[in-house]
Design a protein around this ligand. Structure first.
Ligand code: MEV
Length: 328
């Protein structure tokens, strides 16, 4: 058995706009997906997934049958998760030239599914890394990130950026603009996360922004304005100016909200964080539900969020300096 893990991430700035070539700055956090892979001789793919949501569930899924898994999150989320694993294994067969290779895949994750913390990217990166190593091939980070991106892009009908998969591969804070992906110096950020227990459908949310953008010039301008916020955010990160980073996160959230990807619970959590004195707060990832990210070195925001109706979990997240980890 070969085991790899990869971290989730929050977006400090730039989700959605990054799909249209604007820059984005996601930052990896110490919440990981761990994927164990064992080669099978019969060419089949069997996937076992534990705790893909914070509530936890178990799904035994055989990629070759129609049997529905017995779980407590929506079926579309599970089939999406399994689609990512299938896609990752396709990439593994392609890059190793072992077209008939079968695998037992075990996934454990403490990143909630579809909640804006990059669960799918983490699973895909760890799965490709573990399965290629199981076949005796160790990929360079660049190739691993590219293969993971191709997987996400395929599952999301071509509507994906390289941000999630690159960040999960390298760890730390990164900057992604089109195909240009690089790591960034970032100060130690006091990240607090609020989770509403829900999830958004990334494909649908991305499609919604795409429609707005093609219908209204001001929506296209909004996407460009997010790019401007990201460029300012990079300067603030380089200066270690956390107050300014927070102010720009607030601005970024307002524009995401204007693009229709926020939700009542995300707004409630963002305002709870701001009222508690956070430097700034915004939704993270595709939106529609899921998580917000706030910056607050004091315990106030985490406490306020834990008492906020609609917030199911509030926690502090450490920056993950390391991306993919080769465990066994
Ligand atoms: C989803 O985590 C982030 C989006 O920008 C989509 C993407 O970049 O692929 C909404």
């Amino acid at each position: 058995m070969t085991l790899s893990s990869a971290p989730g991430k929050v977006y400090l700035f730039g989700e959605h706009a990054v799909v249209y070539g604007e820059p984005a700055v996601p930052c990896a956090i110490e919440r990981r997906a761990r994927v164990g892979v064992q080669r099978r001789d019969d060419g089949k793919l069997r996937v076992r997934a534990d705790d893909l949501s914070l509530d936890g569930f178990t799904v035994e899924y055989d990629g070759t049958t129609e049997d529905g898994p017995d779980i407590n999150v929506s079926e579309s989320l599970v089939s999406a998760a399994m689609g990512y694993v299938d896609g990752a294994i396709e990439q593994v067969r392609d890059v190793t030239g072992e077209d008939e290779a079968g695998f037992d895949v075990t996934i454990e994750s403490d990143i909630p599914l579809g909640a804006g913390l990059g669960s799918s990217a983490a699973v895909v990166v760890a799965a490709i890394d573990a399965a290629t190593r199981e076949l005796g091939v160790t990929l360079e980070a660049e190739e691993l990130a590219e293969r993971a991106y191709q997987t996400e892009s395929h599952v999301q009908d071509g509507q994906a950026s390289r941000a999630d998969t690159f960040c999960s591969t390298t760890g730390g804070a990164v900057r992604v603009e089109g195909e240009d992906c690089r790591t960034l110096e970032a100060p130690d950020l006091p990240i607090v996360i609020g989770f509403d227990g829900g999830a958004g459908d990334t494909g649908q949310l991305v499609a919604g922004v795409r429609e707005l953008r093609s219908e209204y010039d001001f929506a296209a301008d909004t996407v460009e304005a997010i790019g401007d916020i990201v460029r300012n955010g990079e300067d603030a990160l380089a200066d270690g100016d956390i107050e300014e980073i927070g102010r720009l996160m607030d601005f970024n959230h307002g524009l995401l909200s204007a693009l229709g990807v926020s939700s009542r619970s995300l707004e409630t959590m963002v305002w709870a964080a701001r009222d508690a004195g956070a430097y700034g707060a915004k939704l993270t990832g595709a939106g529609g539900g899921g998580c917000i990210v706030a910056l607050d070195p004091t315990p106030e925001t985490e406490t306020a969020l834990s008492f906020t109706p609609g917030c199911e979990d509030a926690f502090r997240a450490e920056l993950a300096d390391e991306g993919v980890k080769r465990l066994e």
